[in-house]
Structures are given as structure tokens and as C-alpha cells.
Design a protein around this ligand. Structure first.
Ligand code: SAM
Length: 369
């Protein structure tokens, strides 16, 4: 009988330990608020050339920025589908007479991503941005109002001396300046994690500089997108900023497989690529690094996101039908695209469909960056 009691006790203890371990695992999962996967979008800058006027060019760029912000895109790659604007480093001249569409698109995307209170510091007057001030703000989580309370803020390091051993002062768009934990070069853009104010009367707030990924990977916040120029389609892949590369790549085309028939796998770094007026074929043809002629061979999936398209080109009305189709969690998000030039509209429609698939496909992803 004693033996039986001991056995039962042992069994009970085992069950208790298992329950406790399970609880600890659940707690750990709850605490990890971070998002460890990323979504990148690549598109050719040439789509700006389809716009009829400088104002519409700017507006189209603004629509792309808005779409990316709405769907929490972390990286936008602007590629040169004709391989003409090959230089992707250094100072960029801007549109000029020849119309450097890639550079202008990238510049407007960066301008819109930057919180309004920092734009003066980072964007001097430039022809590419002539109409960008008229665009609606993205209103992303990192675009803070002055008195808004927030754990993180974007800021610019000020050119102001601080006492030895103390950190630099940063303008984070608040009434008070923020003193960070280290000395940094004036003019740098930084992400600051604000500390709780010890003394509300203090003249400055205190903060710690963190990486720009920190708000996403630690707190699960959408913190805007980075912008990268690629000199050709293949450079979209070869110059990927993630050391492990993109582990899910999707090409979009009316000649792709129906989006309704695929289940996208989990991913760490997903890339969705859009073509220009001539589709992704134009980028493949012009790229000397690619020895394929069929763009579908470059991607894990090559998808038609409007499978029942009965017209050669997706136009406004069709775009709106796509947006209203059942199963897209974000239907209606692109209602303003009705005044976009054609390529932008195709892009919006495709995006809307894909984004719902991507969020489903990624539900299993977890773990550190
Ligand atoms: C103006 S469309 C290009 C249409 C062109 N007729 C072609 O041959 O692909 C520009 C881009 O929109 C996207 N797109 C257009 N229709 C699509 C569809 N049915 N499914 C997915 N993407 C589409 C693709 O990325 C395409 O490269």
C-alpha cells in the first residue's frame, strides 16, 4: 500500500511539474510581443513614368507609400527594370530632364516615411519633392504628435554640447529634448527608447538609443519601412539586407497561378515583386545577370492575384471588384486608387489579395531575429 501511495505521489508531482512548465512556456510566449518576420516589396521606378504630370507622379508615389504603410511593409526596393540608372550609391541628382524615376520614387517614399518633425533636418529643398508636401501623411505609429505618449520615438541628434560623460541631446519632436545614453554625431537619425520621467519638472527627458528594428522585434510595433535602390531585377535578391536572404519570394503577374489555389508557407523574410507597364518580363530581358527568359523561374510563387480577369489590363472598375472580393481582410483599403495611373492600380489590387494570404501564411512564425 505504501508503494502504491509513493507511486501516486510521484505521478502527481510529475503532473504538477509538467503543468508548471506549460504555464512558464505560455508566460514566455505572452511576453514576447515582438514581430520577427519582415515583408519586403519590390517594384520598378519606371511606373512613375506612366503618370501624366509631375503632380500625378508624386501622387502615385504617395499611394505606394500609403499602401506599404497600411500593410506594414518593412522594406521597399525600387528597382531599375531597364538597367539605366545603374548607380545606387552616393548623392542622387533627382529627376532632371531625363526623368530619373527610380531615384524620385525612392526619395518620395523616404520623405513620407520620415516623421514630419524630422523632415526639415533630412530633406533639403529638392525638385523631386516639389509636390510631396501636398501628400497626405502616412500617419504610421512612429509619426508622433508632440504630446503623444510613446515608448519609442524617432529623433535627430542635435549639435549641442553636453557635459563630459553625458550623452547627446536629441530632438524627438517633443516639447522637451531627450538626452540619450551616449555621444553621437550631430545630424544622425536615431530611434530612442524613452525612460519613464523620474522628475516631471526636469528640463530634459532621458532615453536610450536602440536599433531601428527594436520597436518591431521587441514590442511588435510597425516602425515604417526602409527604402533600397536596386540597379536591376537580380539586385533585388543579391543585395538583400538580411544575411539569410528572402526565404519566400513571390512574383506577381496576370500569367501567374491563381492566388486562390495556393497556401503560402511560413516565412522569415518575404519578398513580393511587382512589374511595370510591360510586366516582370521587361526586368528579366534587360538584366544581363539573369539567364532565364521566364520570370516565374525566379520566384517561389508566381501569382495571378486577379484570376478571373477578363480584360488585358486591370482598370479601375476591375480593381475595385478585386478589392471588394470576399476573403480579403482588408477590402476597401484601396478605394482611393480609382484615380491612380494604371500600374499603380494593378499593384494595389494585387497587394490587397496577397496581404491577406501573407498574414495567414505567416501565423506559425516565431523566434528571435
Ligand atoms: C500594368 S501591369 C502589367 C500588365 C502587363 N500586361 C503584363 O504583361 O504583365 C503591372 C504589374 O501589375 C501587376 N499585375 C497586373 N495584373 C496582375 C494580376 N492579374 N495578378 C497579379 N499581378 C498583376 C504585376 O506585378 C504587373 O507586372
Amino acid at each position: 500500500e505504501l508503494k502504491l501511495l509513493k507511486k501516486l505521489e510521484k505521478q502527481r508531482m510529475g503532473e504538477l511539474a509538467e503543468k508548471q512548465a506549460e504555464q512558464a512556456r505560455e508566460e514566455e510566449q505572452k511576453e514576447d510581443r515582438g514581430r520577427h518576420h519582415t515583408l519586403s516589396v519590390a517594384l520598378p521606378g519606371s511606373i512613375l513614368n506612366n503618370a501624366q504630370s509631375p503632380e500625378l507622379r508624386t501622387y502615385l508615389a504617395g499611394q505606394i507609400a500609403r499602401a506599404c504603410a497600411i500593410f506594414c511593409v518593412d522594406e521597399i526596393v525600387v528597382f531599375d527594370e531597364y538597367g539605366e540608372d545603374t548607380n545606387v550609391e552616393g548623392e542622387f541628382e533627382g529627376i532632371g530632364k531625363k526623368g530619373k524615376a527610380c531615384v524620385q520614387l525612392a526619395r518620395i517614399l523616404q520623405y513620407l516615411e520620415c516623421p514630419q518633425y524630422l523632415r526639415k533636418s533630412f530633406f533639403p529643398k529638392h525638385g523631386d519633392l516639389q509636390f510631396a508636401g501636398l501628400l497626405n501623411p502616412l500617419d504610421s505609429p512612429h509619426h508622433m504628435r508632440m504630446d503623444e505618449d510613446s515608448e519609442y520615438r524617432e529623433g535627430v541628434v542635435l549639435d549641442r554640447p553636453s557635459k563630459p560623460g553625458k550623452g547627446s541631446f536629441v530632438n524627438c519632436g517633443m516639447r522637451k529634448e531627450v538626452q540619450i545614453d551616449r555621444q553621437l554625431q550631430p545630424g544622425l537619425r536615431v530611434t530612442v527608447r524613452l525612460q519613464e520621467p523620474q522628475n516631471p519638472e526636469a528640463k530634459v527627458r532621458k532615453g536610450i538609443v536602440v536599433s531601428s528594428h527594436h520597436p518591431r522585434t521587441v514590442s511588435g510595433l510597425y516602425w515604417g519601412y526602409s527604402v533600397r535602390l536596386a540597379s536591376c531585377l537580380s539586385a533585388v535578391f543579391s543585395e538583400c539586407p538580411f544575411k539569410e536572404g528572402y526565404d519566400l519570394s513571390i512574383g506577381t503577374s496576370e500569367r501567374g497561378s491563381s492566388v486562390d489555389q495556393v497556401t503560402l508557407p511560413s516565412f522569415r523574410h518575404a519578398l513580393v515583386v511587382f512589374g511595370g507597364l510591360q510586366g516582370l518580363e521587361a526586368g528579366v530581358d534587360a538584366d544581363a545577370n539573369l539567364d532565364v527568359t521566364d520570370p516565374s523561374l525566379l520566384f517561389d510563387f508566381y501569382l495571378n492575384t486577379c484570376p478571373s480577369q477578363g480584360s488585358r489590363t486591370i482598370r479601375t472598375e476591375v480593381g475595385q471588384v478585386c478589392l471588394a472580393s470576399p476573403g480579403t481582410s482588408t477590402s476597401g483599403a484601396f478605394h482611393t486608387c480609382s484615380i491612380q495611373p494604371r500600374a499603380g492600380l494593378c499593384l494595389a489590387a494585387a497587394w490587397d489579395k496577397l496581404s491577406s494570404k501573407l498574414s495567414l501564411g505567416n501565423s506559425a512564425v516565431s523566434g528571435g531575429e
